[in-house]
Design a protein around this ligand. Structure first.
Ligand SMILES: [Zn+2]
Length: 395
């Protein structure tokens, strides 16, 4: 490889790390949260709005941008940065996760075939194909094509998929990328500590610029996810960024930072926003609740986002019931700002050596809110299994 991201650790506290790396599209301060722009757009918001929240990197999905003639469209537009009107860093997923969640897929050593939909012929994706698509899309960070098996698959099958993921990662590493692109490997191994260790060790041999933990937030629940992160994070190279894929709720991100993870992505802030669940410093709230009908306070009085500066809870609630598309935009801007503020708070606390205090204070405050930490609809839908997990699939 010889191709380095130049990740620098600026501070640490316990296992938690404050770091920084740069791509040819700018600096990424870690711990970092990446808003999800599945099909080349963060749903309902302008790229400018996403940039205004302070996000330095966004994620787009190879699977969605490979269907029909979309990769060619992106190329004709001059690459994904221009396609998304986003000048900062972009990461593309490999498509593996989406393909493995499709009914009717068939996994073989060469790759995965899956239904093309609506009377179309079956499609095929393999490690070389995923790399080629990601090279053409032009993201700064590209992910290895992995097999993400079900978290409750047998241990025997999970072991096979770990071995295959390692062989596929090696195939990915042989495919030439553009000069500005960096390949991250994905550690699999389900909920088995020994398999996670094996997967991490296999991938480390490839000396890739960064590493991710995959196969989490796929229905296994908070406790198992935390266990997998706790085992796996210390196995990853200290001098490279560590990315926890598809996670998650703010409290999950905070816990994972404590375990030494650096990068996160999730559809939760934007998906919850469209459904009316909003994050505040005092916990989540459901804007549809009657108690907000005449509430002329801001969503979160300490938030500096456009929504909190210009709209009140009662107006947002009205926009929801009036089915105004603006509702989704305003709420997405706010939730994305909330996530970026959390990450900035974490980074600032790490720099001052006050992260433990920050985490304790954050947890104490965020346990309020009408939706509460165990909010029914929102939390259930996240846990409903692999078809509504944290990682973006078809939504
Ligand atoms: Zn706000």
């Amino acid at each position: 490889m010889g191709h380095r991201l130049g990740f620098h650790l600026l501070a640490s506290e316990g296992r938690a790390r404050r770091g920084r790396f740069a791509t040819s599209h700018g600096v990424v301060d870690t711990p970092a949260f990446m808003p999800v722009g599945t099909q080349g757009a963060v749903k309902t918001v302008l790229a400018r709005d996403v940039a205004d929240t302070g996000a330095q990197v966004v994620l787009a999905n190879t699977y969605h941008l490979s269907l029909e003639d979309r990769t060619e469209l992106v190329e004709r537009a001059g690459g994904l940065h221009r396609f998304m009107a986003w000048e900062r860093t972009i990461l593309t997923d490999s498509g593996g996760f989406q393909v493995f969640s499709l009914p009717g897929k068939e996994v073989a050593e060469e790759g995965v075939s899956f239904p093309g939909g609506k009377g179309q012929p079956r499609l095929f994706l393999d490690p070389e194909g995923s790399m080629e698509i990601q090279r053409r899309l032009g993201a700064d960070i590209v992910m290895a094509f992995d097999e993400c098996c079900d978290w409750d698959a047998s241990k025997e099958y999970t072991q096979q998929s770990v071995e295959r993921t390692a062989r596929w990662a090696r195939r990915c590493s042989r495919v030439p990328l553009a000069d500005h692109q960096f390949l991250f490997g994905i550690v699999q191994g389900g909920v088995h500590q020994d398999l996670r260790k094996r997967s991490a060790n296999q991938l480390k041999e490839l000396d890739l610029p960064g590493y991710a933990i995959g196969g989490v937030s796929v229905g296994e629940g908070h406790e198992l996810m935390t266990a997998v992160t706790t085992w796996t994070a210390p196995l990853l190279p200290e001098e490279k960024p560590r990315y926890l894929m598809g996670v998650g709720l703010p409290e999950d991100i905070l816990s994972a930072v404590e375990q030494g993870m650096d990068m996160f992505d999730c559809v939760i802030p934007t998906r919850y926003a469209r459904g009316g669940t909003l994050f505040t410093r005092l916990g989540k709230l459901r804007i549809t609740d009657r108690r907000y009908r005449y509430d002329d306070s801001a969503l979160d009085s300490k938030c500096g986002c456009y929504t909190c500066k210009h709209y009140t809870r009662m107006v947002l609630r009205h926009l929801h019931y009036a089915r105004e598309p603006l509702f989704a935009t305003l709420c997405s801007i706010h939730n994305l700002q909330h996530y970026q503020d959390l990450m900035a708070g974490i980074r600032g606390a790490l720099e001052l050596g006050r992260f433990a205090d920050f985490a304790a204070g954050w947890r104490r405050k965020a346990s309020g809110g009408d939706a509460g930490p165990e909010d029914g609809g929102a939390r259930r839908s996240r846990r409903a299994g692999k078809h509504d997990g944290g990682r973006a699939k078809h939504s």
